[in-house]
Design a protein around this ligand. Structure first.
Ligand code: FES
Length: 109
């Protein structure tokens, strides 16, 4: 088995309703992860990309959060309908989806 080119982390953490930060799970992250899994399978990308559901990645209020490595590109507010564009543009063509990237300011840059 060849080393995959990309690793996609999808935060699927879910907190109880009413918690201050909320969570990606409450915002539909399960469906986002499901769409990634579906497209990786149906498009035969399983040798190039691994998709993993994770616990909290940090920027909860801006989730669902998705990170694509090795590029270290962080996406926020990802909807299931955005996943097709991430796969097509970023994973297949190496061009991150600018409109979904977290602004650099959240990292204090
Ligand atoms: S719950 Fe997803 S980043 Fe914290």
């Amino acid at each position: 088995m060849a080393k995959p080119k990309y690793h996609v982390l999808v935060c699927t953490n879910t907190r109880p309703p009413g918690t201050p930060k909320g969570s990606c799970g409450e915002r539909g992250a399960g469906e986002v992860a499901g769409r990634f899994f579906e497209l990786v399978q149906t498009q035969g990308l399983f040798m190039e990309v691994i998709v993993s559901g994770t616990t909290c990645l940090g920027p909860c209020t801006m989730g669902p959060t998705v990170v694509v490595y090795p590029d270290a590109v962080w996406y926020g507010g990802v909807k299931p309908s955005d996943v097709d564009e991430i796969i097509e543009s970023h994973i297949k063509n190496g061009k991150p989806v600018e409109r979904l990237k977290f602004p650099d300011e959240i990292w204090g840059a």
